[in-house]
Design a protein around this ligand. Structure first.
Ligand SMILES: O=P(O)(O)O[C@H]1O[C@H](CO)[C@@H](O)[C@H]1O
Ligand SMILES: Nc1nc2[nH]cnc2c(=O)[nH]1
Length: 333
């Protein structure tokens, strides 16, 4: 491999694959004044290698008897769901090897193991965002750790702005699809050499949001009498941390987005790459400002307040769904 690559413990097979990737993706400077630069492998290859995820998963599994089949990610102001977990075992993110730190108000920053209505679960009370300065590999590392711990189904929640003008603050939107705006600029958690031990090079995303789980959510919501605030739509992720301008809200809505946020999609891509089932919902914490005469201003305080207002119903919806989750039959075609 070219100069500048510090010693990395790669297998011959991986070295060959990375050399191919480097030759294909990183132009060798034809002359010193060339605008192309030679990146070292460690600068290109995602920081969260299989080995790092394996180390984190093994550390967690050696410190708890729980073997989770369901992984839950709590968004801004939605951490109350973790309080519902029975016989909780709590690990602060700062104590978990290779885990980043949560820095956003409304994100507790701890991993909670236990059971939810008898189902072994692991719950992220607080998640990570690109705008905090974490790498996209770091913010999605928990998904790969979930996979290595045996998680089959991931349930993600977030707080989002309502672009769809029919939506009200407090509505809950089931995600049926997403628009990955940063992805259009190449900001994708799967960019870089693919590790086949997690998944294929080019994973399909047209089935990212499990149809059966979405139907289950609708069935449970109807039983609980939540139909009046339940929606289903398209979530668009942006980088943040600034909220959208009016022109941006109008553009995203015209592109087909019903809600906009700053998370979730990167985790979904990695979860689907690892072939875990995915269900996600957004709590509509504010209505996106679409009119230049509007006095409304999006702010994080109202995001957290809406989370508190709707917390009980969200916890009931998700915990009831968890009780009805069927184990994945790995032999099913
Ligand atoms: O997506 P979650 O983690 O719920 O957080 C949402 O709330 C914050 C903005 O108020 C942003 O981080 C946005 O993504
Ligand atoms: N980007 C974005 N994220 C949010 N999270 C909660 N509300 C919003 C919003 O209006 N925009």
């Amino acid at each position: 491999m070219g100069g500048g690559c510090e010693a990395i413990n790669w297998s011959l097979h991986q070295e060959a694959r990375i050399d191919d990737w480097l030759n294909f993706n990183v132009k060798q400077p034809a002359d010193p004044s060339s605008p192309f630069i030679m990146l070292s492998v460690s600068e290109i290859v995602s920081a969260e290698s299989y080995e790092e995820c394996r180390t984190t998963a093994d550390w967690l599994l050696s410190n708890t008897q729980v073997r989770p089949t369901v992984g839950i990610v709590c968004g801004s102001g939605l951490g109350g769901l973790a309080e519902k977990i029975k016989d909780p075992q709590v690990f602060k993110y700062c104590d978990i090897p290779n885990f980043p730190r949560s820095t956003v108000h409304g994100h507790a920053g701890q991993l909670v193991f236990g059971t939810l209505k008898g189902k072994p679960c692991v719950c992220m009370q607080g998640r990570f965002h690109l705008y905090e300065g974490h790498t996209i590999q770091k913010i999605t590392l928990p998904m790969r750790v979930f996979k290595l711990m045996g998680v089959e189904t991931v349930i993600l929640t977030n707080a989002a702005g309502g672009l769809n003008q029919d939506y009200k603050v407090g509505d809950v939107m089931i995600l049926k699809d997403h628009i990955n705006m940063p992805g259009f600029a190449g900001i994708n958690p799967l960019a870089g050499p693919n590790d086949d031990r997690f998944g294929v090079r080019f994973p399909c995303m047209s089935d990212a949001y499990d149809r059966e789980l979405r139907q289950l959510a609708h069935d449970v919501a109807s039983e609980l009498g939540y139909d009046n605030f339940l929606r289903e739509g398209v979530y668009c992720v942006v980088g943040g941390p600034s909220f959208e301008t009016i022109a941006e809200c109008r553009m995203l809505h015209s592109l087909g987005a019903d809600a906009v946020g700053m998370s979730t999609v990167h985790e979904v891509i990695v979860a689907r790459h690892a072939e875990m089932r995915v269900f996600a919902l957004s709590l509509i914490s504010n209505r996106s400002v679409m009119d230049y005469d509007s006095q409304e201003k999006a702010n994080h305080k109202e995001v957290l307040e809406t989370g508190m207002m709707r917390a009980e119903q969200l916890e009931k919806l998700v915990s009831t769904m968890v009780t009805r989750l069927e184990p994945i039959d790995n032999n099913a075609f």
